[in-house]
Design a protein around this ligand. Structure first.
Ligand code: NDP
Ligand code: AKG
Length: 425
């Protein structure tokens, strides 16, 4: 299997788009796909860049940059989150939009991939400022989004409230209420029950299936989770509820560690009280780097990208990595994990519960009929198991990594759709 990066070479900082392209090339080498199609899929269809003026509470005006990358729409409208973070860039949005294409395809959802965001630290804005920023962003993106065009959702630094503002601003511009323009809204305005918990819950479902696949016992499984936000907290809490021992969790300031197991319901998450994870009274405090190297069965990186690299992959003692974040593992780290027989269950499968429940929300909006939480969770479980089994079959049949197996499922579906539509080359 050819690789561009070997573990012995020092690793240059890899951008999300570079990682995504390398992963695509690697998967394409296993399939009989038109090279023209693969080449096309290394590039986004469009990337929109907008300037967003914001009048701060002190009366000064600042200009922020926002992006929306639209990767591929052969299977349906572009779909993917909006991230508010100081490190958002066009390249990052493109890479993340590529991952959304594969994520939607691996789940067999009728969507393509999109991703966007604003270069901003949301912690430095008041709630009123965030609202004004979001409304103006929606106005700038108005021509490019819509329920049948491109449907944003929450990601890092955004939440159901952000989606409510976005939906309201868009609806006011269009002159009618259009709930389906975004997903991840509060249920009272057309959001789906269970969407907030879904990406973390799907990480837990996939971890549970992997535990079973390797004949481990969930009660004997120890888990460390980096990031205790929407994804990390919900993954930790579901696994905790099912009997696994969650020994460490972290926020941006650091980690807490209890080898006897944390009560994950007692630790307040990012949305409940930002910054309170590292302030929790636990037996030991660790740095985020130390958390990644703990001697646990499962490591779940669920914060930012590129945290598992050539520099630390050999120090990772976990027996398995389940990716909660998008793109937490660099190409070089992937090679090291493969060499060390550490299975890495990829983001495009593990955290795909978020976009899956977004799809349920989109259906609910179209039909103007809300599903119960019980129905959402049952259908999510069914979809996750279907996707897990499709990926497992490729993994077993082809002797590839879990990431390659997920890509093979996704790329075959996207390539078949391109063939069927006859778009190019
Ligand atoms: N939200 C969603 O629907 C989905 C999100 N994802 C991905 O999951 C990841 C997390 O997203 P989400 O949970 O929504 O984000 P949130 O903003 O809800 O939470 C992020 C968490 O990560 C912590 N964090 C931020 N930076 C760092 C850092 N440098 N080191 C360690 N911890 C850090 C934050 O700490 P603090 O609280 O102190 O800020 C917070 O606990 C992202 O990669 C995102 O793309 C994937 C699928 C769906
Ligand atoms: O729910 C969605 O549309 C996408 C969520 C997201 O951005 C992701 O899965 O990375």
């Amino acid at each position: 299997m050819s690789q561009e990066t070997s573990p012995s070479e020092p690793e240059a900082q890899e951008t999300a788009v570079e990682t995504a392209r390398r992963q695509l090339e690697r998967a394409a080498a296993h399939l009989d796909v038109d090279p023209g199609v693969v080449e096309r899929l290394k590039h986004p269809t469009k990337v929109h860049q907008v300037s967003i003026p914001l009048k701060r509470d002190n009366g000064e005006t600042e200009i922020y940059t926002g992006y929306r990358a639209q990767h591929d729409s052969v299977r349906g409208p572009f779909k993917g989150g909006l991230r508010y973070h100081p490190e958002v860039s066009a390249d990052e949005c493109i890479g993340l939009s590529m991952w959304m294409t594969w994520k939607c395809a691996v789940m067999d959802l009728p969507f393509g991939g999109g991703k966007g965001g604003i270069v901003v630290n949301p912690k430095e804005l008041s709630s009123d400022e965030k609202e004004r920023l979001t409304r103006r962003f929606a106005q700038e993106l108005r021509d490019f989004v819509g329920p049948m065009k491109d449907i944003p959702a929450p990601d890092m630094g955004t939440d159901p409230q952000t989606m409510a503002w976005f939906m309201d601003a868009y609806s006011m511009q269009q002159g009618e209420t259009i709930p389906g323009v975004v997903t991840g809204k509060p249920p009272v305005i057309g959001g789906s029950y269970g969407r907030e918990e879904a990406p973390g819950h799907s990480v837990a479902i996939v971890a549970r299936e992997a535990i079973d696949y390797y004949d481990w016992e969930i009660e004997d499984t120890t888990v460390a989770v980096q990031g205790f936000g929407s994804v990390g907290a919900n993954a930790a809490r579901s696994l905790d509820e099912w009997g696994a021992k969650v020994v460490a969790v972290s926020d941006v300031n650091g980690a807490i560690y209890d080898p006897t197991g944390l009560d994950t319901r007692d630790v307040e998450g990012h949305d409940e009280r930002p910054g309170m994870v590292s302030g929790y009274d636990a037996p030991q405090k660790l740095g985020n780097e130390e958390l990644l190297e703990l001697d646990v069965d499962i490591l779940i990186p669920a914060a930012v990208g590129n945290v598992l690299t050539a520099e630390n992959a050999n120090d990772v003692q976990a027996r398995m990595v389940v990716e909660g974040a998008n793109g937490p593992t660099t190409t070089a780290a992937d090679v090291i994990f493969e060499g060390n027989d550490v299975p890495v269950i990829p983001d495009i499968l593990a955290n795909a519960g978020g976009v899956t429940v977004s799809y349920f929300e989109w259906l609910q909006d179209i039909n103007r009929r809300q599903w119960s939480l019980d129905r959402v969770n049952k259908e999510l479980e069914t979809q996750m198991l279907k996707a897990w089994n499709a990926v497992r079959r490729e993994y077993e049949a082809r002797d590839v990594t879990w990431r390659d197996a997920a890509y093979l499922v996704a790329l075959s579906r996207v390539a078949e759709a391109h063939d069927a539509r006859g778009l190019w080359p």
